[in-house]
Write a protein that binds this ligand. Structure first.
Ligand SMILES: Nc1nc2ncn(CCNC(CO)CO)c2c(=O)[nH]1
Length: 296
């Protein structure tokens, strides 16, 4: 079944929030594993927001509910260094059984709330051999692997009020924001662990086989995850400016001799260990954006 969330339905979701939130966010943030509240990560980016207002997803009309351990499901409104933000604490994944358009619907709600810029974060496996666990990869482009088979959040009737029937994706990741991401890495003295690369999203829930990872490497993928691509496609469709980065939480196993296995626990542990660095990184990027957005 394709998207059944009409523009009007999503307006109801947005209106529910607009009626209850005093401020109007300009930046939307999607917190991936390790960036949001959970039993392993006591603090979280969303927690550091000033005078917060939290809305559990089940309270918001038409919102799905997150079912992954460690992905708390709530929308948090607040201020980061004076910049009005709305932050998805926990996201929806295809492997939970939600179609891609449902996973990505919060992006459309952000658009209807008035957001103009999206920062999407995720945890990913490092395919590029120069990446180490704990590194950050700014996404410069993606391979929409699931889209190759036509599994796309935009399939089905197009509503022009969101965007065009055939949206371009060649400039999905904003060049100026990538430049800001690099400058922030330099000023934080972490440019040795910050990279720019190509991300791809697989459906999951299983991690990849060696053969699959070898193939992905051959086509130029640097990091692999189970999110973000469909959210970015949806964001670009409705003309949000996008910046995305991955926290590399394990090195993908691309030879048959290596018997290590990827696991969710290590993903969460690495996320926890990099929590404060990632928060600092996002905070500084948001501060740079504040000047561009001339936020009052
Ligand atoms: N090799 C590999 N390493 C990874 N580390 C995080 N993720 C993103 C998927 N995260 C899932 C499971 O941790 C939870 O959403 C992946 C992945 O998809 N593949």
């Amino acid at each position: 079944r394709h998207n059944t969330y009409t523009f009007e339905a999503l307006q109801e979701s947005a209106q529910y929030l607009l009626d209850r939130v005093k401020m109007r966010p300009k930046i939307g943030i999607i917190c991936g594993s390790g960036m949001e509240q959970n039993e392993l990560c006591p603090g979280s980016l969303a927690d550091s927001l000033g005078n917060k207002q939290c809305f559990p997803y089940e309270e918001i009309p038409h919102f799905p509910v997150s079912t992954v351990t460690g992905h708390q499901g709530q929308m948090v409104f607040g201020y980061l260094q004076g910049v009005p933000i709305m932050c998805m604490q926990g996201r929806f994944h295809y492997y939970e059984g939600y179609p891609l358009w449902k996973c990505a619907m919060p992006v459309r709600v952000m658009k209807l709330v008035g957001v103009t810029h999206l920062i999407a974060t995720n945890a990913a496996g490092g395919l590029n051999p120069t990446y180490k666990v704990g590194d950050i990869m700014m996404v410069k482009d993606h391979v929409n692997m699931m889209g190759f088979a036509g599994n796309n959040p935009l399939q089905g009737p197009n509503d022009d009020r969101f965007g065009p029937r055939f949206p371009p994706m060649n400039k999905a990741y904003n060049a100026s924001l990538l430049e800001i991401g690099q400058q922030v890495a330099d000023e934080m003295g972490i440019s040795d662990i910050v990279h720019k690369g190509v991300y791809t999203c697989l459906g999951g829930p299983n991690f990849e086989t060696v053969a699959e990872l070898k193939m992905l490497r051959m086509i130029g993928v640097d990091a692999v995850g189970m999110s973000t691509v469909h959210e970015v496609i949806t964001a670009r469709h409705c003309d949000l400016t996008v910046f995305a980065f991955s926290l590399i939480t394990n090195q993908c196993i691309t030879d048959y001799e290596n018997h290590e296995e990827a696991n969710h626990e290590e993903v969460m542990d690495v996320g926890k260990s990099r929590q404060s660095l990632l928060q600092e990184y996002v905070l500084r990027i948001v501060m740079r954006l504040r000047d561009i957005l001339d936020v009052e």
